[in-house]
Design a protein around this ligand. Structure first.
Ligand code: ADP
Length: 228
């Protein structure tokens, strides 16, 4: 479970990005975060994996207060939270297999179990056949699927996606949604910031709308609600 209790985020340049946000997301939910540019969506997401620290208030994952985590324990937290981005962020000199294994290897697992787990997640994202390819030999949709595999390889409780379909054509975007849907059905909580109106209005989920750093709408099976 994820909980924000009266969270505020003021950047060093005095921009007030999150202004008193309180909300709960239950285990296994799939939530869209929508809102205009500059609303605070990315900041909200960065607070969830401790890329940013709240200026005031609590961000809580299960019983862990993220503000209280020491810097040296942040990597451990990150293994409980998978993250994907609009621009994939794969390591260009590593193969698909290595990009995914890299996320596991930091825990120093024996290599046979690394191999098994990496192939398991490459199967989930339908890329088993491309394990030896380099990122630039893949399409954008395939690269995003590698990023998803890497994000879920440690079996995180939560998968956070910041505009995961932002760089993809509509058909490819739907393919990514099929995979996120599958991961959601396996019990992972998914939080996805998006501008993709047709996805939000078709694949109905809880919608949390943010404007000026505040929640202005929170609906189960909501709509995108903005013109694009
Ligand atoms: P969104 O993702 O909805 O576009 P952001 O969270 O990126 O919104 O931005 C919210 C506000 O915070 C904006 O005014 C933006 O300019 C500002 N902002 C975002 N990141 C930083 C940062 N690292 N330093 C200072 N201001 C920032």
């Amino acid at each position: 479970m994820i909980e924000l209790k009266d969270v505020w985020k003021v950047y060093p340049n005095n921009v007030k990005a999150i202004n008193g946000m309180t909300l709960k997301i239950e285990k296994g939910e799939f939530v869209y975060i929508v809102g205009p540019s500059g609303a605070g969506k990315s900041t909200f997401i960065r607070l969830l994996y401790r890329e940013e620290k709240a200026t005031k208030g609590d961000v809580i994952i299960d019983t862990t207060k993220l503000n209280a985590i020491k810097e040296r324990h942040v990597p451990k937290l990150r293994r409980r939270i998978g993250v994907i981005f609009q621009d994939f962020k794969l390591l260009p000199t590593l193969t698909v297999f290595e990009n995914v294994a890299f996320a596991l290897e930091v825990i120093e697992e024996p290599s046979t179990s690394i191999k098994r787990r990496v192939m398991e997640v490459l199967d989930i994202v339908k890329l088993k056949g491309k394990a030896k390819f380099l990122p630039d030999e893949l399409s954008g949709g395939e690269q995003q699927r590698v990023a998803i595999a890497r994000a879920i390889v440690n079996r995180p409780e939560v998968l956070i996606a910041d505009e995961p379909t932002g760089n993809l054509d509509p058909d490819t975007a739907w393919g990514i949604m099929d995979i996120l849907d599958d991961i959601s059905h396996r019990g992972t909580t998914i939080i996805m910031a998006t501008h993709n109106k047709s996805i939000v209005n078709t694949l109905k989920r809880r919608v949390i709308a943010i404007e000026s750093g505040r929640v202005v709408r929170d609906e189960l099976r909501g709509n995108y609600g903005y013109e694009v």
